[in-house]
Design a protein around this ligand. Structure first.
Ligand code: LLP
Length: 405
């Protein structure tokens, strides 16, 4: 069950909102910072997973770098205190404006995804009289049939440069006065749970590819293995901090590196998912012909992962737990939102404490790709951030009756 210290105050906060457990978040960030220190693996937080300012201030204060995918993410990362030299700029279709923003800030490296992009970034560098620090994103073509959750590192995916183009990429980069060759980047997919097997496979591929590039005379100074560590959506309380130990150890054990080579990773989800929950209120308990529906005041516009990917998020009735000592019977519900789309559903046939109008519901593990993917569809307002240690400052539910003349 979601940990809530002061349920009486929590209950007064206007819903829906994103609730961040700051203690858990700090512990997670500290764990990663400590492992980074111990193993020498540099961590660049993938800002796309959650751009909440307070969370990012905490991460940057631990010395982490940032992985950005737009010009505005770069400017924002700098404003959150990330060291510009520790910012990488990835993304398959960087605009001229964004490339210039990155030069302006003086980022650590452009992660370039195609031969066409090498040409454009190098040309802009020439016009600006600069050298572009450049990593090449490699598409390692790892077979998804073995590991079905690896979805971005395949020939048919739009990401990265495949081995068929290596020679051409080397020719474009080598001896180019406008390119400072930084290294190679790999990202094979997200929500990886079989960490040991998948990361070992990734490291073996990377070892071969690094050798192949270095056989041309290029020096690969930096190796970036991307993000991807998965989190336990089924049991967030059983595994509140993802298995960073195994990830760091598998990389350290399997990646060949010389003392002059630096290793980098780009976790997003694993740093933020378990610290965040979407909190919503039950508006109606509707008895349909064959089902009971719990109709809540958050919608797919607040958290689109279930509608977009069929993603599973644990759902809990926190009022039943904290106010009624968990004494209510259970019932099976489809938990649905107010948006005019049938896919506006957070979970089908979920067994929950018998729920009533006004109960608070927590949709767990929503800290990653939740708030950042929200929209104002149906002109619904954005759900704000509320922090576990600052509940008193959160906007309160109003007396709406008093506001009607
Ligand atoms: N590096 C690169 C190049 C990436 O494309 C991504 C994520 C990451 C790092 C961070 O990966 P993570 O550690 O979060 O797995 N919206 C989807 C996930 C999209 C991931 C996109 N790339 C979701 O809600 O599951």
């Amino acid at each position: 069950m979601l940990k809530i210290e002061d349920f009486a105050s929590f209950r007064r906060v206007a819903t829906p909102f994103y609730y961040y457990d700051i203690d858990l978040f700090r512990q997670t960030a500290e764990k990663v910072a400590e492992l980074s220190e111990r193993t020498g693996i540099h961590v660049h937080y993938s800002l796309k997973a959650n751009s909440d300012r307070r969370l990012n201030d905490i991460l940057s204060s631990k010395g982490l770098g940032a992985d950005c995918v737009s010009g505005d993410e770069i400017d924002y990362a700098v404003s959150c205190g990330y060291n510009p030299k520790k910012i990488f700029f990835a993304g398959v279709a960087k605009s001229d404006k964004e490339i210039c923003q990155a030069f302006q800030v003086g980022i650590g490296a452009f992660v370039v995804e195609s031969l066409e992009e090498i040409e454009i970034v190098s040309d802009i560098a020439r016009r600006l009289g600069r050298r572009a620090p450049m990593s090449l994103r490699i598409n390692p073509n790892i077979d998804p049939h073995t590991h079905h959750y690896i979805t971005t590192g395949l020939y048919e995916d739009k990401f990265g440069i495949s081995d068929r183009s290596f020679d051409e990429a080397v020719a474009m980069v080598k001896d180019n006065p406008y390119i400072d060759f930084f290294g190679l980047q790999f990202h094979i997919g997200s929500q990886i749970m079989e960490v040991e097997d998948v990361i070992r496979l990734e490291c073996e591929k990377v070892n071969d590819i690094v050798k192949r590039f270095e056989s041309t005379g290029l020096v690969v100074r930096n190796i970036d293995l991307g993000g991807g560590l998965g989190v336990d959506y089924d049991d967030p309380d059983g595994h509140p901090i993802p298995d960073f130990e195994t990830w760091f150890r598998t990389i350290s054990d399997n990646l060949e590196r010389r003392p002059d080579q630096t290793l980098h990773i780009e976790p997003g989800r694993s740093l933020v998912a378990q610290s965040g929950s979407l909190i919503t209120e039950v508006l109606y308990v509707k008895k349909g012909e064959n089902k009971r529906f719990l109709m809540v005041d958050a919608g797919m516009n607040d958290l689109i992962r279930p509608a977009l990917y069929g993603a599973y998020h644990k759902i809990e009735n926190v009022t039943a737990f904290y106010e009624d000592n968990n004494s209510r019977d259970t019932r099976v519900y489809d938990v649905v939102g107010p948006v005019c789309e049938s896919s506006d559903c957070f979970g089908k046939e979920r067994s929950l404490a018998k729920s009533r109008r006004g109960d608070r519901i927590a949709i767990r593990s929503a800290g990653a790709y939740g708030q950042v993917m929200a929209s104002r569809y149906n002109m619904r307002p954005f759900a704000p951030s509320v922090y576990s240690d600052r509940i008193a400052e959160a906007p309160k539910r109003k007396d709406y009756f008093a506001e009607v003349d």
